[in-house]
Write a protein that binds this ligand. Sequence first.
Ligand code: NAP
Length: 279
Amino acid sequence: MAGIVLDGKKLARELEEDLRGRVEKIVEASGRVPILATVLVGNDPASATYVRMKGNACKRVGMESERVLLSEETTTEELVDVIEGLNANEDVHGILLQHPVPSQINERLAFDGISIAKDVDGVTTQGFGLMAMKEQAYGSATPAGIMRLLKHYNIPLEGKHAVVVGRSPILGKPMAMMLLNENCTVTICHSRTQDLPAHVAQADVLVGAVGRPEFIRGAWIKEGAVVIDAGYNPGPVGDIELSAIVDTCTAYTPVPGGVGPMTIATLMAQTVEAAEKSL
Ligand code: NAP
């Protein structure tokens, strides 16, 4: 029997519908439209597309996005100054710094310049720590979106063996923490992992977050697994060979239409929450 499609596109649209109503209430109560500031440094076309998609999502839910475009030559100090200006701006409720930034910039320092109240993309060290400790924080948008999707489809997590392939600060690492917080037993794999196929074969819940097209092969994945493909490579194609497992898995996220739309909807939801808190 074919696996259930974890339809991120559909759930994201439902979530946005709900957010539209919440934004209307904020506008009625405060006379102000919530604003997400998006900061894009440099000329990377993929990053520009992602920022545009986030701006369009703001429009769909009735919010505004304030676009800040900085040159490829921007220094860490200049970027942190811009972020501090946005922290101080009461009209701005959330700040998104598009990853990756040019290599001369210390990205960690720049992320950590974002005030915790406006860290709606969940990228700060403080936000990560709070999330890991199960305290109130906006989770990193991609893994938080994946958790929303799993919850919506009532995917059981407690006691399951989750294998996360990838350990980036915005995806693999927070993903592993979120799954641990839901009582999964978690294995984190990365570029130095030995015998990756053997680890993947253990997964009841598998998350691919590597950034290489169909790198995780269908033959490695055990029958009945829940398969989450966070990868988004030109095609578009994910990090997992999904075509090989659609009939043998319990559930899977399609690419496109799975994790991507949930990331954006989660960013919107967290910005609306920040705006509500600021009232
Ligand atoms: P990243 O920062 O490049 O991290 C990639 C991770 O994969 C690293 O932890 C790396 O290990 C690991 N890796 C690389 N080669 C490996 C190998 N041979 N075996 C096992 N692990 C290996 O990428 P990212 O930002 O996390 O993104 C990962 C993917 O998710 C990309 O396809 C990206 O486009 C996608 N993404 C999608 C969304 C969305 O909204 N849909 C958002 C963000 C990212 P080391 O740590 O050892 O180097």
